[in-house]
Every structure is written in structure tokens, then in C-alpha cells.
Design a protein. Structure first.
Lengths: 315, 315, 315, 315
């Protein structure tokens, strides 16, 4: 195993190469602005923010997913120390998760909303500007239209509360056909549908969370990505799919690390994001039980290598 | 084969019995007001309206689906003759199909709309008050929300044009999972969703076309029917499903005549319709290739026997 | 409905045409020797042998499936009368079913075997020479090899008992993938496998029962049929499949009358049988609930029309 | 990451505990005789035998799969050195793979057979006594019976050649329904069927390779294992299955490390093997692309931890 330092050097080198390449190609002269991002929970790793920063730094990630709950509990001095650490390590913030339960009853939603301003303020104080969540691709109880209206109303409130603190909200669709056909009433499971919802919400600070896994399982193309603007995308995930499973039989909970099988076109996905000037975090989110049996260091290391392989495809 | 006369006698007898039974049972004292209805095209039988009236009469049906296009071409004398024939045979009108193509491009829709008032007027002159059509349960191009808005806008125009002539519009959902999972964007495939659309259309003269086949494949219950009012239902179809096919693998084009396998609970379906006071046509629509190979008389006779068996379940 | 006489004339005409055509084509100068055959039970029609002969005659069939149980109960005079009727109507015998239960426990098999000689003798007295049965395409208890050995041993006994009376035994495989994948241990479901079993049985009087339905669902070709000799085929069934059902999702209990959808290549199937000189019965066996609701005359008439359409394809 | 030494200590401790437990339970007083076995290729790790011994030793495995090809190339001195290393590390040999291609044409089979004696002799010199291979669960060309006879004939030759050098042959069935339903002619996919084949081969030195993955996907039980004798089992694999995939949709190429999801009852599987006195290797064979992206040390370490967790279940 190479050391974290060696890896970091390598990634910097890869970035420089990519930059040079893009300066030649790019019409706008834009360089790669998206970041390899570490979200420990995605890898089955438990870590507080200082530990996450340390892991990210040693394994060569460029950003870290902030945790609004943890940030809200920090004193001013603790926050200053954390941000100094972030800066000294050359890291930025990725996207936080959304703490509000908007999928169930009204009471739970109201309770979550009452706590959101404080969390949004904490993110704002820390300089974080992105929050993401996912939308369930079906319901056994709510029709599409009723579900759509409810999501629009609730997420409009969420977006407003986040927007008051300069934070954008990203919404992720779930693509696998095995997922959206499992409920009586299928719901949003494609980029086009999510854009319907974002339009219905009607606030400037709402965009997409894109995941190569969902993009693949939804049968979407590089052109679908190129039709987006940078501001349409709040966060991104990068995953691969197991081999020898027909696309319509892929299951959301059975994935692989980026670039481990090549089933999903990571190069096409990332290149399109680069081309539209996407400037946010790119995270691995492999729902893979074997990865989750690894010790923290090895799991993070495996994800770091996978992200490196993927970004190297940007040339 | 029993003669049409014998059959007719039997059906009248069954009706009388059912009536007596319901007078005992019914809280409101309501009698059966729905009719066994003949739609020749559903059986693969080509017949003009006079022929259809003759077939319906001889085989003991109680109503006949009107054809707006044919009616529009009749002179006043011809119409008077037809209506006299209808009356003398003790028949009423069922529901006509909708001639407007509202599923495709704007040009086709506009063309259909331009012809609709004349057809609606012809139905009105003939005393017909019901028109029905079905909604495709998916699209590869239009998201649910976009499709919903388009259907609402177009069908609102249709409903208005029909309403101007005292005609109601019934909308049928397509229930089989094999159908709504076949497109990229599933659309309305349940009663609840159709009620969303009807609410969005927002006109008094729009209701449901119910089909026991779609009610079964959509996993709906007798209670779902009992939650309706008589005015919510414009027309009904009655079909059975092949045996030994799991419900989620039933296919829309492979059906059986009512009460031929018992897979679908015809008694529960019809009893609920009777309980809510449904007063319109009940048609067989068996997509069964073997039935379509029969001579006209035999196909109509087979459907008549099936409807008789079904209505006899009303007790 | 055309009368049986008219139909019979038509069929004779069709035969004559086919004959002429084949005299031109056929290298051996052979004419069509296979017969359109009536098996009332296949159509949901209950009829004893005299009734079956009458139905067959009036609807233009050329042979009738004999019932060994009924034949065994006839006195010599009764049998003579029946055979005179058969002859006067220009009919021959098709294939009887096998009464022995060879699929279950030993006691049932032994009991069936003890009764078989008498039944075989009855068939022999009547001049019938063919018996057919089908093989279940899977078992939850017996492995392929154990099942194969048991079938070979039992059916060898059956074949011997039948052979003692000059009777051939035909074995039918069940092709649909939904059928052979339903058990833990799939068994014979193709022509090639049935030929393995026939070889293992090792008696001259054993051959195939071919069914266009199983031939289609097993993914077999015209060439598979042309690889057979006339003596390899004891009986044949002709059926069609519902439209719009993928081949691997066709279900054994949901079929259509021959030539009603065109999904199955009836012309290719029958032409290949004609080409190899097949000289036995061809029966419709549509597992179609709607057909089974028809009165006897109409069901037989529908089958007769379907067979006529099919044989007309022989040109 | 704990060091290999610490792990080894732990495993010894677990063994001791298990032993104590079994001395209480076991009627025969038998201790655990099966070994945690390292097969580097199963983990995507390339290693020659000295490297494999080193990895096994440091990560606490108890046996190593021998490579007949490598062993055959060693000089007597080299072999003596390797065996001394094996002994000093407290390791034994697991099972080698079979080099003969018995699945294709005769030429390939003959070529493999011509080389087998030399390889068997090499295994014998090294003290290895087990060879294993797997049987394809279907063919598009060979019927079950033809395939069975060919496998029996060929593997009988293989078994004889191996037996001449004191080596046993283990045969593994492939259980997933997605695998055995993919070919036109399903073949052996259950333990019961493999026992048919072993019986047909008819040589004392042939037995099963059991894999918890195939045992699970074949729907087999602990009782199926308890019906075996120790001599019936030549080698074993231990794997887990991804969560949330219905058993009949599990795919052979998508697995997880033992005890990572708990879908497969590792405790029941291993306890039954212990109960029958199985005395051979137990290997992880996770077809998991993410695992294969790990560096050699981490992949071996992950497999070692998984095996430890599994064997700890023996109590």
C-alpha cells in the first residue's frame, strides 16, 4: 500500500495534468473545479469531523462532507480550529446531508423544519454551501401527483430555510427499475422528472444530486448531462455496477467502487460534468457489504484509489 | 345453442329476481340500473348500428354502444327510425368511444377537436350521454407531470365540448404491471391516479371507466369501488383473467370472457357497482384471439352468456 | 355458421388442392396422410364415442381420438356398430390417451399396468394403433437422472404392454420455460431430450407426440422436425400462442386456437410434418377458458375452422 | 489493522474454544479438523507458492491451496525447501484446481489428460491429496443425459489418474437459478444431482466441493449437509450473498465475503461440516469487484477476518 502522502502527490499530479489538458481543450479556459470528496458514512466508516479531515488529507481527497449536527455543537473556538485545519490541509467542504424527515408524517417534518435554521446557520458559519438528499422512487400510498405536490411544498420550505443561509439544496433521484417498480405508485426516478420537481419548487437554490449509478440505471446519456448548467448540479456521486447483471435487474443496494468493473462509463460521466463546469464534490457511495468489513483506513484508502482512477480518466 | 329469445327471457327473469333480491337487501330501495351492453367491436364483430341493435336484441343485451360517426351521417328520418327500433327493442344507449386523438401531436388533437362538436351533437340528438376512452399507462418521452398536465389540458377541452351537448366523459386506467412498467415514465395505472386527473380536469361531466380487469390487475378492492358515487362512473367493462398467471405477469392483451375462469371477483365488482347505484353500461371486452375467430353470432352469443352468468351473481 | 356439410366439402377441396400441390413438390409422390383429428376433451366438450363420431363427421374432421375405457366396455355388437359408423363416415382413429399413472407412486403405477392389457386389447380390436401421453417437465423431488431412469423403466413396461397389441406409444414434452423452471429439478422439455428418453426405453413402438406449442416454446425449428422420420412421430397437436407475450413468458395453460394469432408458424410446422410423411392425427388442444364456455357445437365448429385454416396453409 | 500475529493468536484461541465446546457437545469427541484456507486467486491476488505461504502465515490461515503446475516445476531441493516452510509455518495443503479442460472438445480433454499424471505426481510428492473443479450448470448444446454421460466418462478418467497418485477429486455444483435457467439444457445445480454424477463415476476417490453460496442458492438445508459423511466432501467454499436480492435472482458473479451480510447461514453450514467431521480446506471465494481492487495484503487480510468471524460462530 502506498502511503497517503505518495497518493496525495499523485493526485495533485493528476490534477495538474488534467488542468493542462483542459486548458488546451476547453473553450472557456476552465480547469477542473470539482473535488474528490470523502463522506465517511458512505464507506461504513465512523469518524467525527477532525478524524474525517485527517483521513481525507492522508488519503488525498480534496473535500469532506460536513456534518451540520456536529458543526452546530462546536464553540466558536472549536470551529475556528476546525476551519484552520481544513485550510491548512487544502481541503474544502463538500455537501452535507439533509436532517429534515420530509418523507413521512407532518409531525416529523415540522420537528425537522424547526431545527433546520440552526443547522443551516452552523453550515453557513463553517462556509459550507451545499446540502443534498434523495427522493424515494415510489410510494404504496401516495399517487405520483399527490406525492409530487407534497414534495414540492415541503422541499420549498426546506429550500427557503437553507437559502436564508446561502445554502443550496441538491435532490437525488433513484434510478434502478427494480426500485421504482417495487411500489404501487412509482415516483421520480429520472433526471427529467427531478427537473420537473425542481421547477415546481421554484427556488433558485435547488438543483440536482447526480449519481453515475442512477444515471446509468435510469438509462441516461452523456447528452443528458451536457444539457445541464453548472448551477443545476449541487453534488455528485460516482459508483460502478456489478458485472453480468442486466441493467433492469441492478439493485440499489448492490454496487461497486468507481472504475472497479467498468460497467458504468465513469469517463463519460465525469467528462460531461467537467465540460459543464461542475464545481462541487464527487463522492463514492458503494453499497458493498465487503467494503464495509474493511478497517477504516483500508476502506478510505480503497475509495481514494477508486476516485483517483476515475479522475485520471479525465486526461 | 339456445335461441336468442329463450336467452332474453332468461335474462329478464334474472333481472326480475335480482330486483326482488335487491328490494329486500337495499337500504335505498334501489333496483339494478346498470345494463348488459353490447359493443360489437370489443368482440371482433363488425356491425353497423341496425345490425348491432338486432344482435343485442336477439342475444338479450340491454344496451348498445352508440357510434358517433355513424350517427352523424344519419338523416333525421334515418335517426328517427333507428331510435324507434331502439325503443321497440327495449334497448338504451351505452357509451360511445372518443374519436379525438389526444395521445399524440397537437395537429392530430386539433383536428379531432374540430370534429368533436358535430359528433357530440349527433350523440345528443340520439339521446346518448356517455363517451369513454382509455389513458396510456406510460410514456417513453413525457414525464408523469408533463403528461399529466397535457392530459388535463386536452381532456378539459374534450369534456367541455362534450358537456356542451349534455355528454359525460369517462376515463379508463390500464392496470397491468406488465403495461405500466414497460415505459420509461409510468403514468396513470390506478383508480386513485385517475381521480387525480379527473380532479385536475375539474369539470362535472368527467368520471371513470371502470374495468374489472384493470381493477384486478391494479390490486384494487371492493372498498375502492364503494368509495365512489354513481356519478363518478361513466362506463364499465367486465372481463376475466387467464388462470395460473401471477397477477403481476398478466398482460393486457390476454384476457378471458367474464366468469370463464373466476380469477377476477365478478360478483364483488358488480355488487359494489350495484351498491353505489351505478346506472350505465357493462361491457365485455375480452382480448382473446380465439373468441375473435368465431362467427359474429357465436361471438355475440358467447359474450351474452358470459354477461348473464355474471349478472346472475348479483342474486 | 356454415353447416358441417359445407365445411366438410371445403375440407375435401382443400385436401385435393394440397394433394395436387404436393404431387408437384414431393419427391416421393406422397400425399397428405395426416388427419385433422377431433379430441372432444381438448375443447372442454363431453361426448361419448358415437357423439364424437357424429361431431367429427358434421364438422369435417378426418379422425377421432379413441377412448380405450369406453371401447373396453363395448360388446362385440356394439363395437361392430361403432366401427361401421366410423367407416361410413370416412373417419379413422387418432390417438388414445394413456390411462396408466406413471408419474406418481408405485402402487398407482402397478394398478394402471394391471389394467393396461385389457385397454390395449380393446384399442386393438377397434383398430386403433396409437396412444399418447405427456411428460412433466420438472420435479421437486426427483433429480433428472433418477427421474429419467424411472420414466425409462416404467414407460418401457407400458410400451411392451401396448406393443403386444400392435399399439405405438407417443411421448410429448412440455416446452414453456415458465414450466420447466418452476421445479427444483427441470426434466425433459425439448425434442432432443425426449429422443434421449425414447432411446433409453429402447423399443421400436415408442415415438414422439409433437405439439406446435411446445415446439415453439422450446425454441425449436423446422429443421428439428425435418430431422425426424415418419415413424418417430405418433401424434401431433396444433396450437397457437397469445400475442404480445415474450416466448419465455408464455404459460402452458394460456393458448389460442391454431392460426388465430399467427405467433406460431403453423405452416412451417405442418409442412415439415407433411414432408417427413407423418401419417397420424393432428389435434387442436387450446387451453383457452373462453373457448370452454362455448356450447359443444360451437366449440367443435371453432376448432374445425381453425384446423381447416391451418391445413389450407399446406397449399 | 491488527497484525497477522495477533490475528493468528486469536484464531488459535478461537480454535481452542471451539474445541472445548465441541468436546462437550460432540458424541465422537471429534475436534475441528477443517482449515481456514487461502487461495490467492480467489481474492484477485497473484502470488507464487512461497508468497502464498507467507501471506497465509501472516494472516492466520491454516492451509494453502497448492498449485500443481508450480509444484511440477520445482526441483527436489526447491520442493524440500517449500515443504519445510509449510511445516515450519504450521500450514497444510488445501485443494488444487483441476487443470484438465473437460468441458469442451475431445482434443482439449485428451491434451489435459496427457499432462495430468505429471501434475498428480507433483501433488503427491508435495503431500497434497485434494483436487477440485466445478461443473457448468447448463449447456445450449448437450442434453442433460448426454452431458451427464460425457461428464461421467471424462471425470472417471480424471479420477483414475488422480487416484493413481492418492489424490481425491471434488466436484462443485453451481446453484443460482439465474445460472441454471440461462441455458437451453439445465444441468447439475444441486447436491443431489452431483451425487448422481459421483455415483455414476463410481470411484472411491470422488466427492463434493461444497460452497455455502451454492448450498444457499440451491435452496438446500443443514440436513442436506448432515446426510453426508466426511469422506463425501473434498473441499469447501464459504461466501455470503448481497442483501435485498431475492434468492432466485442472486447471480453467481455478485457475492460478498463470508459473514458480511448474514444472508447465508454460515453458522449452520460450518456447524454441519464440523458435525460430519469434515477435515479439509474452507476457502473464501467472493466474486466481488470491490475486493479485487484492494492491494494484496488488504485483500488477504479482509478474507482472513471474514474467515475468522465465520469460524468463531462454531462456538
Amino acid at each position: 500500500m502506498r502511503s497517503g502522502f505518495a497518493r496525495r502527490d499523485f493526485l495533485l499530479g493528476a490534477t495538474a495534468t488534467a488542468l493542462a489538458g483542459r486548458l488546451v481543450r476547453g473553450e472557456s479556459g476552465a480547469t477542473r473545479r470539482m473535488t474528490t470528496d470523502l463522506v465517511c458514512g458512505n464507506l461504513g466508516v465512523k469518524a467525527d469531523l477532525p478524524q474525517a479531515l485527517d483521513l481525507a488529507h492522508r488519503h488525498g481527497f480534496e473535500s469532506v462532507g460536513p456534518d451540520a449536527g456536529q458543526l452546530a455543537k462546536l464553540s466558536a473556538d472549536q470551529l475556528a480550529g476546525l476551519l484552520a485545519d481544513l485550510k491548512s490541509k487544502g481541503l474544502t467542504w463538500g455537501a452535507a446531508g439533509l436532517s429534515v424527515d420530509f418523507r413521512g408524517g407532518d409531525d416529523a417534518f415540522r420537528k425537522g423544519m424547526s431545527e433546520l435554521p440552526e443547522q443551516a446557520a452552523a453550515l453557513q458559519r463553517a462556509g459550507a454551501t451545499r446540502v443534498g438528499t434523495w427522493i424515494s422512487p415510489g410510494s404504496d400510498r401516495l399517487t405520483y401527483v399527490v406525492n409530487f405536490r407534497r414534495h414540492a411544498a415541503r422541499l420549498r420550505e426546506v429550500a427557503k430555510a437553507l437559502g436564508d443561509h446561502g445554502i443550496r439544496l441538491g435532490l437525488e433521484y433513484v434510478g434502478p427499475k427494480t426500485a421504482w417498480t417495487a411500489s404501487r405508485f412509482p415516483f421520480i426516478h429520472t433526471m427529467a422528472e427531478m427537473r420537473d420537481l425542481i421547477a415546481e419548487i421554484g427556488r433558485e437554490n435547488v438543483g440536482l444530486v447526480l449519481d453515475s449509478w442512477h444515471w446509468y440505471t435510469a438509462g441516461e446519456s452523456v447528452d443528458d448531462l451536457k444539457g445541464l448548467a453548472a448551477k443545476d448540479v449541487v453534488a455528485c456521486d460516482l459508483n460502478d455496477a456489478p458485472r453480468s447483471v442486466p441493467i433492469d435487474q441492478q439493485r440499489d443496494g448492490v454496487r461497486e467502487l468507481p472504475c472497479s468493473t467498468g460497467v458504468i462509463d465513469a469517463k463519460g460521466f465525469l467528462s460531461a460534468l467537467a465540460a459543464i463546469g461542475y464545481d462541487g464534490p464527487v463522492r463514492a457511495e458503494p453499497f458493498n457489504a465487503t467494503l464495509r468489513t474493511l478497517p477504516a483506513e483500508e476502506a478510505v484508502s480503497a475509495a481514494a484509489r477508486a476516485m483517483k482512477r476515475a479522475f485520471a480518466l479525465l486526461g
